[in-house]
Design a protein around this ligand. Structure first.
Ligand code: ZN
Length: 291
């Protein structure tokens, strides 16, 4: 299929009571694996790259791989830039063919967050069907090279969310509600479900149907994921889990085959494990069979 609009994909998810998984990849084997999962599950898909791999691989090469795989796939697939704190790099990636961008100015005061998010939205929306995600409040933990800990963690205020969406024109909102990047230190992390419900209600009261994005999907209990979807979570980001699958599978394969020197077999093992993990997420999110 040709490049898909994330906004349309996520509005359909919100209306249908399911969510779409957004899976971070660092290279081709992982990208092939998440696409394979979407094809097997007949699921819409958002592929994400963090900023570091987008800089090391290059946005042109990532978008070329994406376009080639997406064109052949019978399901809609987007390519999203995750947690970019640089307006200029967002624009570079939009020009290269990313279909969605996250401008993360969440550590700035609200007026500056609005200004930077507005700048990316103005460019992306003028450039065509490019969807923009913004963040309000700060999600705890480490993402790429950024770490948010202790007093720097701020949850999203519902009234500020309305102001942020209206003033910036952002398409997707990632509100900080207590989820975290990395590995949760507890098996049942404390999530502010009520806050998510109040954010959705406040937006709706102003006629805004902005799809909501849940960061820090890795390690959330299934019942927590289901509840977050009921309350409006339409896009779930899963990054840490796929890093662990890649590294753990590679380590195990090398340990079990100490005399083998065939990188293709390691890639195959990583792809199979990644596809299985992603299909599990698609079933949990309810997006299996929706494409
Ligand atoms: Zn995130």
């Amino acid at each position: 299929m040709p490049a898909a609009s994330a906004l349309a994909m996520l509005r359909a998810a919100s209306d249908g009571g399911y969510a779409v998984g957004a899976f971070n990849v660092t290279g081709l084997p992982q990208m092939q694996a998440v696409v394979e999962a979407a094809v097997q599950r007949r699921s819409p898909l958002i592929i994400q790259t963090s900023v570091s791999p987008s800089r090391s691989v290059g946005p042109g090469l990532f978008t070329a791989m994406y376009r080639c795989l997406a064109r052949e796939a019978p399901v809609p697939i987007c390519l999203h830039l995750d947690h970019c704190t640089d307006v200029g790099w967002c624009i570079t990636c939009a020009d290269a063919g990313y279909t969605n961008l996250m401008i993360d100015a969440s550590r700035e005061p609200l007026p500056e967050n609005i200004r930077q998010t507005r700048a990316v939205c103005d460019y992306a929306h003028a450039a065509g069907d490019v969807t923009v995600e913004g963040e309000l409040g700060t999600v705890a933990g480490a993402e790429d090279q950024a770490a948010v800990v202790g007093d720097a963690v701020r949850l999203c205020d519902p009234e500020s969310a309305v102001e942020f969406v209206q003033a910036s024109g952002v398409d997707l909102l990632a509100p900080a509600i207590g989820t975290a990047h990395g590995v949760y230190v507890t098996p049942d992390p404390e999530i502010d479900f009520d806050r998510l419900a109040r954010i959705r209600t406040a937006l709706a009261a102003h006629g805004l149907a902005t799809p909501l994005v849940i960061h820090g999907g890795t390690g959330l209990p299934a019942r927590t994921v289901r509840r977050l979807i009921e309350l409006g979570g339409a896009k779930f980001n899963v990054s840490t889990e796929l890093k662990h699958v890649l590294i753990d599978t590679t380590r195990r394969y090398v340990e079990e085959h100490p005399s083998e020197y065939d990188p293709g077999r390691i890639d195959r093992a990583v792809k199979e494990a990644t596809t299985a993990a992603v299909m599990g997420w698609m079933d949990l999110l309810g997006c299996s069979g929706r494409a």
